[in-house]
Write a protein that binds this ligand. Structure first.
Ligand SMILES: [Zn+2]
Length: 393
């Protein structure tokens, strides 16, 4: 790897992808005449600050470079990206807008400046303006990957899954890459939307298509199970079984549906068997114990429920949901006075994340399984947040 490539990689890692990619693209042009700024000491300092993740210092170093070489396109472009990443979107827009207005740019520079402006507009929530900025770039250069990516994100933000799907296909063709997992998740979203609108056939074929693209598209199994639950619970059971086989770590997401499906098949005990099996396989599987306890409580067997929950508690004392189930079970056992009721209610209201899931790409937390991260836009990146019990256990 030569120095230029190293710098591009460091920037991509340290400063956020947008600045890094812009930088790499700028460097590829290798325009010696316009590169005098690279000899300035602040430039090297700025790179070092970027590499160590000190964005504020990098910004001030690059601003000094920009004062000495105000026409340096690369510096202005990266400065704008850094302002945006620092949350100063207005300022980023001013910088990139000024670049777009310049008359001395090459075609590809103009396209880069426009794409950057589109990214600013999207970050500022100007969805329509961002869309048309990206589309303008694509009118001149239909193969501009960054503009395609920006436009796809706008569509995804707006839940326009079909449009996002079409763009993902175009990007994969251009990159000659295959990311069928993302395509699968987009198909599943199309299916979920059809399901919500009552378009049953359309939903079914979207879910099937999603699984044909990639067997790991978990929401597609859940959607197929929802479609089958009322008319053909046996099929719902089978589909959910496939889901668990494809991604055992996500099994708990099927519990509610599986319990209903087995009940509709006239064999509610089978769900209990599954939970027992999961607990035997992993004694720390508190989710299976909680699911089983809920079933027991619903079947008017609160003592059994409490036993299961106390075992879950001794294995996973850090899981708040287990405690909440215990309070509810105690309530149904009648072991409650007014003060206990107040305590339970206060806890339930105070809990910010009762069942935290976390994005493995950016650490974004949510109270539910999300298939697309609202912060970094990764697909399938959420897992349960696992907090270890205290060290003295
Ligand atoms: Zn994320």
């Amino acid at each position: 790897m030569n120095d230029t490539a190293v710098v591009a990689v460091v920037l991509a890692a340290a400063a956020g992808l947008a600045a890094g990619r812009a930088w790499a693209a700028a460097r590829r042009r290798d325009d010696a005449a316009a590169g005098a700024f690279r000899l300035l000491p602040h430039y090297g300092q700025g790179l070092q600050y970027l590499a160590t993740g000190e964005r504020e210092l990098a910004l001030s170093a690059f601003e000094k470079v920009a004062r000495e070489e105000p026409q340096a396109f690369d510096i202005q472009l990266v400065l704008g990206h850094l302002w945006r990443e620092a949350g100063q979107v207005e300022r980023a827009m001013q910088v990139h807008q000024a670049l777009v207005a310049r008359l001395d740019l090459s075609r590809s520079q103009r396209a880069q400046a426009r794409v950057a402006l589109g990214q600013d507009q999207r970050a500022a929530g100007f969805i329509d303006r961002a869309s048309s900025t990206f589309e303008e770039v694509l009118d001149g250069d239909p193969k501009n990957l960054q503009a395609l990516e920006g436009l796809q994100k706008v569509h995804e933000d707006q839940r326009r899954w079909r449009e996002a799907y079409d763009i993902q296909v175009r990007r994969q063709r251009l990159r000659k890459s295959d990311d069928s997992l993302v395509l699968g998740f987009l198909r599943a979203e199309i299916g979920r939307e059809a399901l919500a609108g009552g378009l049953v056939d359309e939903a079914g074929s979207a879910f099937e298509a999603a699984l044909k693209l990639d067997r790991r598209v978990f929401p597609a199994y859940l959607g197929l199970a929802d479609l089958a639950l009322a008319s053909d619970p046996q099929r719902a059971v089978a589909v959910l079984g496939e889901a668990i086989a494809a991604a055992p770590e996500r099994a708990y997401l099927t519990f509610e549906r599986l319990a209903r499906a087995w009940a509709a098949c006239g064999a509610p005990g089978r769900f209990g068997d599954l939970c027992d099996e999961l607990i035997r396989g992993d004694p720390r599987d508190w989710r299976a114990r909680v699911a089983l306890a809920r079933q027991r409580r619903a079947a008017a067997q609160p003592e059994e429920a409490l036993g299961l929950l106390l075992r879950a508690l001794s294995e996973n004392p850090q899981v708040l949901l287990v405690h909440m189930e215990i309070w509810r079970t105690l309530r149904s056992l009648g072991a409650e006075d007014q003060n206990v009721a107040r305590y339970g209610a206060a806890c339930e209201e105070a809990v910010f994340y009762r069942d935290p899931h976390v994005c493995t790409s950016c650490r974004y937390r949510a109270d539910d399984m999300l298939w697309r991260c609202p912060q970094c836009h990764s697909w399938n990146s959420f897992v349960e947040e696992r907090v270890s019990p205290g060290a003295d256990r």
